[in-house]
Design a binder for this molecule. Structure first.
Ligand code: CMC
Length: 429
């Protein structure tokens, strides 16, 4: 098969190299297109545009395959700890026992945040959305650790920054929650696991010893792994583009948190539960919601359905649906919203509109139901996604930096007014 693509423009023929990925994915390398032809490509939403060659995550949307560094998501969710997966995504291989000990130890010893940050929290209004607080707090970490701002990135500085960020994000997330509900913040406890410590800071109170429930700890470990990376999605691309200007890791990840917040991306987990709650409260037939989602004059979409790359099924959704049944069963919770979700899935999957467009439940359809069962408030759902996605953002930022990728800067086709002379104020109509 030819390893070049031919393009005919205004009667002239040009050749462009074809790239083949490790899993036989094909791409036409048009990096020299404008220089040789004067043309650019147009691809709103980057639906067909590869922005990088990455060795981190492999995703086959047609066949529902997701692998981190070659390991299947099913196996990692079943057998690994979140810290092992974080190490894998960032450093390329699963850690051996010594490497994992060092990684855990380093992270455990950076969990405290500067006391001055408490004053930032105090300034937020009561009930402030935790995602807004988290994004600001992550960006402000750069002011406490100015060495992270050095664009000539030294490998030790980068590692320290990476460990600090992984260590501090659960502390900041839990503090955002405590501020949101007006409860005293808890200091981290270094004898607990990464997830256990987060639970202690979320649900512990100063007067009592908090006991980590292994069912909740294991469910959160699995959810974090399922969210840990998803190649060039909206927030990850944001992190890479911000980082491509040589902005520091904290600022780049803060931008990723903001991108994740939107309801079409990570914010969908909050939107799904709100939608299911409305369906329950209104009691109207499920078909009427499906009809609204199909109606092009109505902006309503079935939240938790559809995906830019999965057109058959989302492997994460399959694992989460099963986990939702297990976790609710183990905790003895009967949530009517889970039944509504299953019925809605059934109706949608048999509807021609959804079938034709390849719209299936995505990772966010069932995750909110588990978060709710675990006692996590709705406002915190997207924060949970951010905690899980952090190692992916870091791994992708590190890869982009090590590959010395050029600054991200797309082109456009201008459609505004052509040149016109300035009209003084008195002469304007
Ligand atoms: N409900 C109703 N119609 C939909 C939906 C939906 N949830 N999703 C897509 N469509 C329709 C859309 O109207 C379009 O129809 P037509 O071809 O007739 O114009 C067609 O399906 C293709 O949709 P699109 O918007 O071009 O697809 P996209 O790849 O740009 O968008 C998406 C992907 C995830 C933003 C979209 O499916 C959506 O808005 N879903 C609901 C929000 C959601 O659950 N987001 C979480 C994504 S998974 C977590 C993450 O990693 O971010």
């Amino acid at each position: 098969m030819s390893d070049t693509a031919r393009l005919i423009l205004e009667g002239q023929e040009y050749e462009f190299p074809v790239l083949t990925g490790a899993e036989n994915e094909k791409a036409i390398d048009i990096s020299k297109l404008r220089g040789t032809t004067g043309y650019i490509t147009m691809d709103p939403g980057f639906k067909n545009t590869g922005s990088t060659q990455s060795g981190i995550t492999y995703l086959d949307g047609e066949n529902g395959i997701l692998r981190y560094r070659g390991y299947s998501i099913e196996e990692l969710a079943e057998k690994a700890s979140f810290m092992e997966v974080a190490y894998l995504l960032i450093y390329g291989d699963l850690p051996n026992a010594k490497e994992l000990d060092y990684f855990n130890d380093s992270i455990t010893h950076h969990t405290l945040v500067h006391e001055n940050m408490k004053r930032f929290f105090d300034a937020f209004p009561l009930g402030a959305h935790p995602m807004g607080m988290l994004s600001s707090m992550v960006a402000s970490l750069s002011t406490f650790y100015p060495e992270s701002q050095n664009p000539n990135r030294d490998i030790t500085d980068i590692d320290l920054t990476i460990h600090r960020l992984i260590a501090k994000i659960p502390t900041l997330a839990a503090q955002a929650y405590k501020h949101n509900v007006g409860l005293p913040t808890m200091y981290p406890k270094n004898n607990l696991s990464y997830v256990g410590n987060f639970m202690h800071m979320m649900w512990g109170v100063p007067a009592e010893e908090y006991e980590v429930d292994p069912i909740i700890e294991s469910a959160l470990n699995k959810l974090f792994i399922l969210h840990a990376d998803h190649e060039q999605n909206c927030s990850t691309s944001t992190v890479r583009v911000v980082g491509s200007s040589q902005a520091n890791l904290y600022s780049s990840v803060s931008a990723g948190v903001s991108a994740l917040w939107g309801p079409l991306h990570g914010g969908a987990n909050q939107a799904v539960i709100e939608m299911l709650e409305s369906i329950r409260a209104e009691g109207s037939p499920l078909q009427s919601w499906i009809d609204r989602a199909k109606d092009k004059t109505d902006s309503f979409r079935l939240m938790g359905f559809g995906h830019r790359v999965y057109k058959n099924f989302d492997p994460r959704a399959r694992i989460i649906k099963k986990a939702a049944d297990e976790v609710l069963g183990q905790l003895g919770i009967d949530d009517p919203v889970l039944d509504i979700a299953k019925q809605l899935e059934e109706v949608a999957l048999n509807d021609e509109y959804f079938v034709q467009r390849g719209l299936y439940p995505n990772v966010d359809f069932y995750s909110g139901i588990i978060y709710r069962a675990l006692g996590i408030p709705t406002d915190m759902f997207t924060v949970m996604f951010a905690l899980g996605r952090l190692p992916g953002w870091i791994g992708q930022w590190k890869e982009m930096t090590e590959n010395r990728e050029p600054i991200g800067r797309p082109r456009q086709v201008y459609t505004g007014a052509t040149h016109r002379g300035f009209v003084s104020l008195n002469d304007r109509k």
